[in-house]
Design a protein around this ligand. Structure first.
Ligand SMILES: Cc1cc2nc3c(=O)[nH]c(=O)nc-3n(C[C@H](O)[C@H](O)[C@H](O)COP(=O)(O)OP(=O)(O)OC[C@H]3O[C@@H](n4cnc5c(N)ncnc54)[C@H](O)[C@@H]3O)c2cc1C
Length: 381
């Protein structure tokens, strides 16, 4: 994207965050309240089509610009970006792997935010081991009939359509060959179970989805060919991991910003704590970590934009940036001393929100294995 246009876009979004988001974050976070007004504004600004192609009404932003937007927003309120992220991964699956008819039917509505949703992969017995899912889709004439349960699905209550990972051949060996990805709008047989009460990542709904003889047209099979779902779902995770990395960058930056301000205001022993060496050591490490996380994330986003395979780069960015977020939030808490523990200050939200980045879109344990496998493959002895 043209750097001047990108700067103007980021500047406009920064003004929106300052004016509309920052004043209401604590109310929504503490009350676990869905930010309906902000979501409407995000739709108006085109954010639900951020990475969808312009031919479908999206903004067609490259992953690099998208990552910068997500990092900026997350440095004030990470949860808000979760409303866009899994929605855009669903859209990316349709745009990358869908038939022309599917793209024409769904992408314009995803881009406008008229239909919002997410990605439904995880099940009670299958998170990391996605191939163990039990949700089954059985072909019946021109339809599929689906039964099963998904859990932890972001936007599960407020969203109206999901990219749903199912087994179309539960006996397939290897297991991934029996997996397919479906476009699943809410309707008869598609129920919403419990909403999770979470440590952080408040205001955005994480819910269980229950499918009981839920029937969808066979045309909703992404790409029109069974057995491609595992690769379609995990292929979309590259963009998802870049997004989680960008959220980690934002959290690391935000914790740093809050700690930097506080360290210059709070005085002990007759001087601001920023002048004590123990605090300087923390700030020095925090700013370095945040910068390194940003550079790794942009490196992965650039590889994605060039159309290269970037599971290693996205994995490194996700792993490092999420750990940077946790560490910076932790150090931020220490810099705030006792006040860190008060909900009157914002730093505790960063502490509660950061840990999720180590779990979502593939745990950091798995990331390290993905990184190592790719690294060895690229460097044969
Ligand atoms: C707030 C929130 C929002 C979420 N949103 C979504 C969503 O929108 N859509 C969706 O589909 N899912 C979503 N998830 C689910 C998330 O993707 C899973 O929780 C995650 O993939 C981990 O799966 P699990 O919880 O089943 O853990 P498990 O797979 O049971 O893992 C438990 C532990 O074992 C480790 N482990 C597992 N297998 C291995 C292995 N082979 N080698 C080494 N270590 C291993 C893991 O790293 C982890 O430390 C969300 C989760 C949360 C908490």
């Amino acid at each position: 994207m043209d750097p001047i246009e990108e700067a103007a876009l980021l500047d406009a979004l920064q003004r929106w965050v300052d004016k509309e988001v920052r004043p209401v974050v604590m109310r929504h976070d503490h009350g676990d309240i869905w930010p309906a007004e902000l979501v409407a504004q995000m739709a108006e600004m085109g954010l639900f089509g951020a990475t969808i192609g312009q031919e479908y009404g999206g903004l067609g932003l490259p992953a690099t610009t998208y990552a910068k937007i997500i990092a900026m927003m997350s440095s004030y309120w990470m949860a808000l970006t979760g409303i866009m992220n899994s929605h855009l991964i669903m859209a990316a699956a349709v745009e990358r792997f869908g038939t022309e008819a599917q793209k024409a039917q769904w992408l314009p509505k995803f881009a406008s935010g008229e239909i919002r949703g997410g990605l439904a992969l995880t099940e009670p017995n299958a998170g990391t081991d996605l191939q163990a899912i039990r949700t089954v889709a059985v072909r019946d004439g021109d339809s599929y009939v689906i039964n099963g349960t998904k859990t932890w699905i972001s936007n599960g209550i407020q969203g109206s359509c999901f990219a749903l990972l199912v087994k179309t051949d539960p006996k397939a060996d290897p297991r991934y060959k029996g997996m397919s990805l479906m476009i699943a709008p809410k309707g008869p047989g598609f129920g919403v179970g419990k909403k999770f009460d979470k440590l952080g990542y408040k205001a955005i709904d994480s819910a269980e989805l229950v499918f009981e003889d839920y029937r969808i047209p066979a045309d909703n099979l992404i790409g029109g060919v069974e057995g491609q779902g595992f690769f379609q779902a995990t292929g979309g995770l590259e963009l998802g991991r870049i997004n989680v990395a960008a959220r980690g960058v934002g959290l690391a930056d935000g914790a740093l910003r809050l700690a930097t301000e506080y360290a210059q205001i709070r005085e002990t022993m007759g001087k601001p704590i920023a002048q004590h060496q123990a605090i300087q050591l923390k700030l020095g490490e925090m700013v370095t970590r945040a910068r390194a996380a940003r550079l790794l994330t942009l490196d992965a986003a650039e590889a994605y934009d060039r159309g290269e395979r970037c599971d290693m780069e996205a994995g490194m960015a996700k792993f490092f940036a999420s750990e940077a977020a946790v560490k910076n939030a932790d150090e931020g808490m220490r810099i705030f001393g006792g006040y860190a523990y008060s909900k009157e200050y914002e730093i505790e939200r960063f502490y509660r929100d950061a840990m999720l980045m180590c779990i979502g879109e593939g745990t950091n344990e798995m990331q390290r294995m993905i990184i190592a496998k790719q690294w060895v493959k690229r460097n044969p002895a």
